[in-house]
Design a protein around this ligand. Structure first.
Ligand SMILES: CC(C)(COP(=O)(O)OP(=O)(O)OC[C@H]1O[C@@H](n2cnc3c(N)ncnc32)[C@H](O)[C@@H]1OP(=O)(O)O)[C@@H](O)C(=O)NCCC(=O)NCCS
Length: 133
């Protein structure tokens, strides 16, 4: 099913931060992500829906974007921990997160949307400071 603007707008959470990457001179963003607060722990943020425009993938943009998101989380939002979940077989995503410094913490099972099928996910986590590149 194609990703629509309406669907993306529906992802926003009231306390969350929606971030977009728009290169100088570009007329539209090429990256999208959300940083949402975790309810039970102040300063613990959830990184979700990281997406790079399909025509721009595989050129290092995702890695730069995730690094910028973490700098914003740690420096501007005073986060002390950022977590996410990813499908373990999503190799570009896992490589991108690990390159920036995320470490796997555990496997989890989640059912998404109306589905009752629990899918195996990998949880990754990072705390400041960001590793040097
Ligand atoms: C995940 C995503 C944001 C990464 O962005 P990107 O711009 O493609 O990432 P990069 O170019 O920085 O590549 C990141 C790593 O993936 C590797 N990679 C890229 N394409 C790959 C592929 N098809 N298979 C395996 N590894 C791949 C790159 O070599 C790089 O690894 P390295 O740093 O060890 O060399 C992007 O692929 C995307 O939008 N995917 C669809 C949405 C999605 O799955 N989001 C993640 C949700 S958790």
């Amino acid at each position: 099913m194609p990703l629509t603007a309406e669907k993306v707008l529906g992802w926003r959470r009231p306390q969350g931060h929606v971030l977009q990457l728009t290169p100088d001179g570009a007329i539209a963003p090429i990256g999208y992500a959300e940083l949402n607060p975790m309810q039970r722990e102040r300063g613990h943020l959830w990184l979700g829906h990281v997406i790079v425009c399909p025509t721009e993938r595989g050129r290092g943009i995702g890695t730069v974007f995730v690094r910028m998101l973490l700098e914003y989380a740690f420096d501007q939002l005073a986060a002390h921990r950022v977590s996410l979940i990813v499908y373990p077989d999503n190799k570009p995503a896992v490589a991108c997160y690990q390159r920036v410094g995320f470490k796997p913490t555990r496997e989890e099972y989640h059912a998404f949307g109306a589905s009752k099928v629990e899918e195996r996910m990998l949880r990754l986590e990072i705390r400041p400071p960001l590793p040097k590149t």
